[in-house]
Ligand binder design. Structure first.
Ligand code: ZN
Length: 317
């Protein structure tokens, strides 16, 4: 799986159908794998996408509707069977730990690796993990039960200093640090070499926002402003907007309005109601509001700056 990409493992809402599994997706960035929701069959989809289970560092469960986490038990049991030793961090709603521990205790299985359950805070926007190069945030959504979105954002990186410049001007370690942060270089004779002659731009930081089940919450767009990749649930079309309100879900058009408000680079819509035979309406409605829209499809990989592609080659024998 390539860096800075999202692979959708499942994008159906409520029940699976013959081409779509329930919600699950995996984000790969800075060498880490974040599993976002774990609907039934997620481990099967991970196999198909050739993502080893043991690579998963963090699991994030948005809410306790079954289509978002019934696959967790099977995945954890498989991690046990394959001998995982590395600790696993699971972010989720209050109650998730109890449910998981209850299941394993009552089937007399002992998990052989440590799991650190972390309860998501009921704050509109909260930093849940801060590392040297990135931060994770939770976003409190508005669904029938407590539900959270997930936001991954990398820190700005230092500028790349050229080796030629270091040699040419015999630049010392302390000066290199300053130049990487944008300073110019002052030579002994007083000449100033501008930073632009010494460095090149670093890679743009990657960011991804996952807006799971929610009614349209435009006020949350400011939290993920400028994110490079956004997945927003789009369960319904305009003709079912009453149903969207009643069930605390969004329409494809609202997902696009959120993307527009947040000035994101690319929008992926998914979590389609099984009542729609075709997704043409979802794409059309969203595209009327926002330019860069992709339909989520199971086992497709998404990145801000390229066309999605399928990661699974079904075996024919
Ligand atoms: Zn739900």
């Amino acid at each position: 799986m390539e860096e800075n990409s999202l692979t959708v493992l499942g994008c159906s809402s409520a029940t699976p159908n013959s081409v779509r599994f329930p919600s699950s997706q995996i984000l790969h960035a800075l060498g880490k794998y974040f599993l976002l929701d774990c609907g039934e069959g997620a481990q099967m989809q991970l196999r198909r996408a050739k993502i080893p289970f043991e690579n998963i560092n963090v699991i994030f469960i948005s809410h306790l509707h079954g289509d978002h986490y019934y696959g967790l038990f099977g995945l954890l049991a498989s991690l046990n069977l394959t001998g995982r030793k590395t600790p696993l961090v699971i972010y989720g709603p209050e109650g998730l730990e109890k449910i998981v521990r209850f299941l394993f205790q009552n089937t007399e299985q002992t998990l052989i690796f440590p799991i650190f359950f972390k309860t998501l805070p009921k704050e509109p926007f909260a930093c849940i993990e801060e590392k040297k190069n990135y931060k994770l945030y939770s976003i409190y959504l508005s669904h029938r039960i407590d539900c959270w979105g997930f936001y991954y954002v990398e820190n700005e990186r230092e500028r790349n200093i050229s080796k030629d410049a270091i040699q040419k001007y015999n630049i010392g370690i302390e000066e290199i640090k300053c130049i990487k942060q944008g300073s110019d270089l002052t030579l002994e004779n007083g000449d100033v070499i501008p930073n632009s002659e010494l460095t090149t731009d670093p890679p743009r930081p990657f960011s991804y926002a996952y807006i799971a089940d929610t009614m349209f919450k435009p006020e949350l767009a400011e939290y993920v402003k400028g994110t490079r990749l956004l997945y927003h649930e789009a369960t319904f079309l305009d003709n079912h907007s009453d149903l969207a309100l009643k069930t605390f879900h969004s329409t494809a058009r609202q997902a696009a309005e959120f993307a527009k408000l947040a000035h994101v680079e690319k929008l992926i819509i998914g979590h389609y109601s099984a009542r729609y035979k075709s997704l043409a309406g979802h794409l059309q409605h969203a595209s009327e509001v926002f330019d860069n829209v992709e339909l989520a499809m199971d086992l497709y990989s998404y990145s801000p700056d390229r066309t999605p592609y399928c990661v699974w080659q079904p075996k024919t024998n």
